[in-house]
Design a protein around this ligand. Structure first.
Ligand code: SAH
Length: 209
């Protein structure tokens, strides 16, 4: 029987909906979601929904975090880029599983807040920068996987270029109706898979701090 809030969340929202990757389940059990939501929402931290983190932004629903992480097919030696740090929760899950995590946030106070919180929690294998994620992070490329947690407004070829061969780009595509896609970079071209209907905030351009 699940006893903690995390155990209940993983059992009822994550395993029940078909997520199987043990590394993902272990990370979701370990990382305390309440550390990434505003204090006045801590009672709702394990609810089955996105929550407001200020600046018109949200921390994603736990199931979506688990789904995207599983879809990225990660291993312990992976180097991963996240676009849209937000609260830092998804970054913490990635850092629990992978060797190196890079994350970009366009809203300066959110990026700085996540950086502080993740350092306070002891994560030393992740690096956050404030900037426009449309450009990716060329100096740190190539990546085994790139996870984009906001819907891009323009073409994503820059991100494809920053993937290793065999690398996966997990990204919501579309405006009013969006589809979570997995693009896998192969020697002979790109494999495209449509995974799940989703609703993410649009990616914005430039610095909004
Ligand atoms: N992954 C986050 C949730 C992200 S919500 C979490 O675990 O909490 C989407 C985030 O993308 C928001 O914080 C938003 O400010 C950010 N964002 C929007 N446009 C962006 C851009 N162009 N570059 C980087 N981040 C962006």
């Amino acid at each position: 029987m699940p006893t903690t809030n995390s155990e209940r969340m993983v059992q009822e929202q994550i395993i029940a909906r078909g997520i199987k990757d043990k590394k993902v389940l272990e990370a979701m059990l370990h990382v305390q979601r309440e550390k990434f939501v505003p204090l006045d929402l801590s009672k709702k931290a394990y609810d089955d929904c996105p929550l407001s983190i200020g600046y018109g932004q949200t921390i994603s629903q736990p199931y979506i975090v688990a789904f995207m992480t599983e879809a990225a097919l990660l291993h312990k030696d992976a180097k991963v880029l996240e676009i849209g740090t937000g609260s830092g929760y998804q970054a913490a899950i990635l850092a629990h599983i992978c060797k190196e995590v890079y994350s970009i946030e366009v809203v300066e106070p959110l990026g700085n807040g996540a950086k502080q919180q993740l350092a306070a929690l002891g994560y030393d294998n992740l690096c956050i920068k404030v900037g426009d994620g449309h450009h990716g992070w060329a100096e740190k490329a190539p990546f085994d996987a790139i996870l984009v947690t906001a819907a891009p407004e323009k073409n994503i070829s820059v991100l494809m270029e920053q993937l290793k061969e065999g690398g996966r780009l997990i990204i919501p595509i579309g405006k009013s109706s969006q589809e979570l896609m997995r693009f896998t970079k192969g020697r002979g071209g790109v494999k495209e898979e449509s995974l799940l209907p989703v609703r993410f905030v649009p990616m914005v351009k430039g610095n909004l701090s």
